[in-house]
Design a protein around this ligand. Structure first.
Ligand SMILES: [Zn+2]
Length: 240
């Protein structure tokens, strides 16, 4: 059973690209922030390979950072951090990436983390972009064992005074064994607002709302929720 939200003070959400967290979990995140949980977003890249128009490529990182900050605000998240030095399309679960994630885990000290699944989801190939798998793998390696082990990346403790930290629970997005459904019917408008904020990624879509509703309804139906309900789904893993 997942932790009750009342047992959770802080959540750290990690993803490869701006918009990943919004497509996968914005409805759920808005429920967490409504419940008073402090949520931090950590984006491994600025999505510099994204977009569908002729926006100059060198404008894309700043544009997508601005879009992600606006999307986060729509669901009550104001602490949004970006890693430097990692390129969209080139993400690997390297020690450089793991160390960066461990640093933020030890700074934020989250009870719960929301990450991308490191397992490929063959039923929906777009969910398993290689960067998503890399971000997920680096995140779970950071959660266990590195963040809790003072001798992993010892410079974080020695130079920055960052104490080891145990994350109690992990929520995986787009995992093949997802089974924890969250009813987001009441929060759907905020998810839609968050995704509209990613204009460079979504403004070319004819019916963003219809697509999001269809996904949400399918997920809700799979869980036997009443007709018209919308849901997001996760795999929840105890890591504490
Ligand atoms: Zn992505």
């Amino acid at each position: 059973m997942p932790l009750d939200d009342s047992q959770v003070t802080r959540v750290l959400a990690v993803a490869a690209h701006p918009d990943d967290l919004d497509f996968g979990a914005a409805g759920t995140v808005s429920q967490w922030t409504d419940a008073g949980i402090q949520v931090t977003y950590l984006l491994c890249t600025r999505g510099d390979q994204g977009g569908f128009d002729d926006t100059p490529r060198d404008h894309m990182p700043q544009l997508r950072e601005t879009e992600q900050r606006a999307a986060a605000k729509a669901v009550g998240v104001t602490d949004v951090r970006f890693l430097d030095g990692f390129k969209d399309g080139w993400l690997e679960p390297s020690h450089d990436l793991q160390r960066e994630i461990v640093r933020v885990i030890r700074q934020v000290r989250p009870d719960r983390m929301l990450i991308q699944s490191p397992e490929r989801y063959w039923d929906r190939i777009g969910a398993s972009h290689p960067d998503h798998l890399a971000s997920g793998e680096a995140s779970i390696r950071a959660i266990y064992p590195a963040a809790r082990n003072p001798f992993a990346y010892p410079e974080l403790l020695d130079d920055e005074g960052l104490q080891p930290w145990i994350v109690r629970e992990v929520w995986l997005m787009a995992d093949p064994s997802s089974s924890h459904f969250v009813d987001i019917t009441a929060n759907f408008g905020r998810k839609l607002e968050a995704l509209h904020a990613h204009r460079s990624q979504t403004s070319h879509m004819d019916d963003l709302e219809g697509m999001l509703r269809m996904w949400g309804q399918r997920t809700a139906q799979a869980n036997g929720l009443p007709e018209g309900s919308l849901a997001e789904v996760f795999r929840v893993v105890a890591t504490g």
